[in-house]
Write a protein that binds this ligand. Structure first.
Ligand code: BGC
Length: 832
């Protein structure tokens, strides 16, 4: 760990900034491309709400406090463009400021009139005002760019209306007029989630999805427009009209949200129902064209393999991603038209150059979960193997004939309460036969037994007292035995975050760490006599969320501004008054990597791992042990306010991306990730008390699958359970999800923590579902209750007295947390 006592730009910032700028181009793509770009630096007429106030990433705990953010305006100027619309941009900014001040005032007025705290009034206002300052005249320009930005963030969902999911009337008029006037016009999208572009699609020939790619976003835009780099991303979610998503009806209900679409999420629905999206899953254009030819296909009961020769047939360098889908026959179980089974991206290909890509996946991945049999089954019949460059462009390249069905895994029969769920049935179109046909037989598959054996009650060995954690590190006593020397009080302390830290209002929004300024919280620091060190957590997933400046008071406590976002600060200036940093100041500038969705759009796991490496290096530098990321919930609906943090509507992509970034972070000594939010945190509305009602098949095949891939492939250090309930039970309290599936079936060896204040206590709630319960967390194996609060400790102690959990449960929870601390110590990431 290093403390930087000068505000000067550090070597790591430059190195990481350059790397992100270079990598980020791969996360971008054209949705429409006419060939008008790239261009040499020239006169640029620049408009739109994202031109000067370009967004680098989303808000809330997924935000990163960076030293700078390069806007598109700055990026263009740095690249040598002359921006001809400075006056318009200034007038727009003025008008936008006025609108936002009026909005703040109206919130204050309502608060005064109703007696509701202004922050709560602010949160209740779903529609935030949008600036409608129109284009007044056509400025001079060899090119014209209209940068459309959309801000999304934690704690609230998006609106389906104008100014968010829809374009405003002014935006539509301006974009149409500008596109008609300038021969080279590009609509640049500074968004992290779909927007309904249908009103302008016929007018605009070039649409560039810049996305939210971190602090160098404006430079990334300029690099692409000048051809210094090229886009090679592809969508990881379907872009469609809001009414066409099956998840729209009932989305964001306060109490119960019914996942009636079942497994038909995203392209699985659109492709099966034959509904045309605006832009399909997997779609994206770059500066060049490719051809793809299948040159190999083989399969047996273990593996399906396909080789595809990709050739760059255009005039620009580029990279292409080939996607392998399989259409399963509908038998007893409904099936989507196709599901993604593998994907692969080429290296950079020059014009005329070719590369053969090898795509493969384990044959058992063809299985569906049969709820009646509590087993994963590959039904008999014909499976069409398809290859393409997006979900609407897949061509059959062969067939797998399951002559008899196979049971590839058997599970325990679990019970999920799905009362009221009414899953839709979407009929699959008939598949034509495809050649060649490879025949497989069910009995040649092996069946994995995922049933969880009853654990033998661990022996209650009673080693002598007086040991410390240092003795564990010195191998004088095993960790298992050491834990059993601790008292119930000590164990309960360990299972609660370090509430001896500030514990003030500021910690509500994730900066409860007493060790690293802006860290989200620490593990228990009280057992000093036992020499147990505290681990520091910090948010993500777009980098590290820390305070940029801090100092120390006379007692050596960290003093910093806290991570209270600006838009909240204005509503309670007295509560969030500026903090005077005494004495010497220290600086922590972190790198903002592209948001989760943008990273996934690269379809490049090596790139994502490199971004994880950046985060890991900064964790080592600033003394953070656990990154509260990656966030990997499924983008069930484009209206979820936190989708920017998440990777995709598809579980394979989510899992592979999370595994890649996990590898990048965890190659650093003493650094671990926390995959979150486990699971079904697919809306922000009433997120602490909303119940996601989802059938077990959809739960396993869609919402859990990504977590499973990451756990099995990359061994993340920790998992964060979600705020919401699943089928009537808080995830943090669910033995089925944590003990049974996560630990039993997937063999997860790390520890589980709650989301911040998921166990309540901050404000009373009188709705249908209360908060998760601390004692039940221990019984379910949710080891750590974060960020810590006296009530949590007491609830666990009371739970122990009342027999709400077994003594071994508490020891096991503590042991799993201590295992992480032990690894950190052994790798030099923590000192005991
Ligand atoms: C978020 C988590 C985050 C935590 C700590 C919660 O509100 O849901 O994603 O890691 O705060 O800041």
């Amino acid at each position: 760990m290093k403390r930087f006592d000068a505000d000067a730009v550090q070597e790591h910032e430059l190195r990481h900034g350059d790397l992100v700028r270079r990598l980020a181009a791969e996360c971008t793509l054209f949705l429409k491309y006419s060939g008008a770009f790239p261009v040499q630096p020239c006169k640029a007429a620049l408009y739109g709400n994202g031109a000067r106030r370009t967004i680098k990433g989303g808000k809330g705990s997924g935000d990163v406090s960076t030293r700078y953010c390069v806007s598109v305006e700055e990026g263009l100027e740095r690249a040598g463009f002359e921006v001809t619309t400075k006056d318009w941009l200034t007038a727009f900014a003025r008008e936008e400021k006025q609108i936002s001040e009026d909005f703040v005032q109206s919130v204050r007025d309502e608060s005064k009139a109703t007696g509701t705290p202004p922050i709560l009034v602010y949160y209740s206002r779903k529609e935030k005002p949008v600036c409608a300052y129109p284009v007044q005249e056509f400025a001079e320009g060899d090119i014209c760019l209209y940068v459309l930005a959309r801000d999304t963030g934690e704690g609230g969902d998006r609106s389906a209306g104008k100014g968010d999911f829809l374009l405003t009337d002014t935006e539509i008029e301006d974009i149409r007029a500008l596109a008609g006037h300038y021969p080279k016009f590009c609509l640049v999208l500074n968004v992290a989630a779909p927007v309904d572009l249908s009103p302008v699609l016929d007018n605009v020939k070039d649409i560039f999805l810049l996305g939210q790619t971190g602090a160098s976003v404006g430079d990334v835009c300029a690099d692409i427009l000048t051809g210094k780099s090229y886009p090679s991303g592809k969508l990881t979610a379907t872009w469609a009209k809001i009414g066409d998503y099956p998840s729209t009806a009932g989305f964001g209900s306060r109490d119960d949200t019914f996942y009636n679409e079942g497994i038909f999420v995203g392209y699985r629905y659109f492709d099966t129902a034959g509904k045309k999206p605006l832009f399909p899953f997997g779609f994206g254009k770059g500066y060049t064209n490719f051809t793809a030819e299948c040159v190999g296909y083989s399969a047996d009961e273990r593996k399906v393999e396909v080789a595809v020769k990709v050739t760059n047939t255009g005039n620009f360098c580029g990279k292409e991603t080939i996607q392998l889908y399989v259409s399963a026959p509908s038998g007893d179980l409904a099936q989507p038209f196709q599901k993604l089974c593998a994907y692969r991206k080429t290296q950079e290909l020059s014009p005329g150059e070719s590369e053969s890509l090898h795509l493969s996946f384990p044959t058992k991945e063809l299985a569906s979960f049969d709820e009646k049999a509590a087993a994963y089954v590959i039904g008999h019949g014909d499976y069409i193997v398809r290859v393409g460059t997006h979900s609407r462009d897949t061509k059959p390249i062969g067939m797998l004939r399951m002559e008899t069905s196979a049971t590839v895994a058997v599970c325990d029969r679990l019970h999920f309460d799905t009362a009221g769920l009414n899953e839709i049935c979407v009929h699959q179109v008939l598949h034509p036969a495809a050649e060649p046909v490879i025949c497989l037989r069910g009995e040649r598959f092996s069946t994995e037994d995922l049933r969880v054996k009853e654990q033998e009650g661990a022996e209650k060995s009673l080693p002598g007292k007086g040991y410390t954690f240092g003795d564990v590190l010195a191998k004088k006593i095993s960790l298992h035995d050491f834990v059993r020397t601790l008292s119930t009080e000590e164990l309960a302390r360990l299972c609660v975050g370090d509430f001896s830290a500030h514990g003030s209002a500021a910690s509500m929004i994730g900066n409860a760490s007493a060790r690293v300024a802006g860290g989200a919280g620490d593990t228990c620091a009280r057992l000093k006599d036992k020499k147990i060190p505290a681990a520091v957590t910090a948010d993500g997933p777009a980098g590290l969320r820390l305070n940029t400046e801090y100092g120390f008071d006379a007692e050596g406590n960290i003093v910093s501004q806290g991570m209270v976002p600006e838009d909240l600060r204005v509503f309670a200036p007295e509560r969030f008054a500026p903090v005077e940093i005494p004495g010497k100041k220290y600086y922590q500038y972190c790198t903002a990597i592209p948001v989760g969705t943008a990273l996934a759009q690269s379809w490049n796991e090596t790139l994502i791992e490199q971004c994880g490496d950046i985060v890991g290096e900064e964790m080592e530098l600033f003394g953070v042990n656990l990154w509260l990321a990656p966030a990997m919930n499924i983008q069930r609906s484009p209206l979820c306010g936190r989708n920017f943090e998440y990777y995709s509507e598809d579980p394979l992509i989510s899992g592979k991306c999370a595994a890649a970034i996990t590898r990048g972070v965890q190659k650093h000594k003493g650094c671990g990730v926390t995959i979150k939010h486990f699971c079904c945190n697919n809306q922000e509305t009433n997120r602490e008390h909303s119940n996601s009602v989802v059938g077990e098949r959809a739960l396993r095949e869609i919402y859990l699958k990504g977590f499973e891939i990451c756990v099995r492939e990359a061994s993340p250090a920790a998992v964060m359970s979600s705020y919401n309930l699943v089928d009537g039970e808080h995830t943090a309290n669910s033995e089925q999800l944590i003990k049974h599936i996560l630990r039993g079936e997937w063999k997860f060896k790390g520890f589980v923590m709650t989301d911040w204040y998921a166990t309540g206590g901050l404000k009373p709630y009188d709705g249908k579902y209360q908060s998760a319960d601390c004692a039940t967390c221990i019984r379910a194996g949710n080891d750590l209750v974060m960020p810590g609060y006296p009530k949590y400790y007491e609830e666990i102690l009371n739970g122990a007295k009342e027999g709400k959990f077994d003594g071994n449960d508490l020891c096991d929870c503590a042991e799993r947390i201590l295992t992480f601390l032990k690894n950190c110590c052994e790798q030099g990431g923590l000192v005991c």
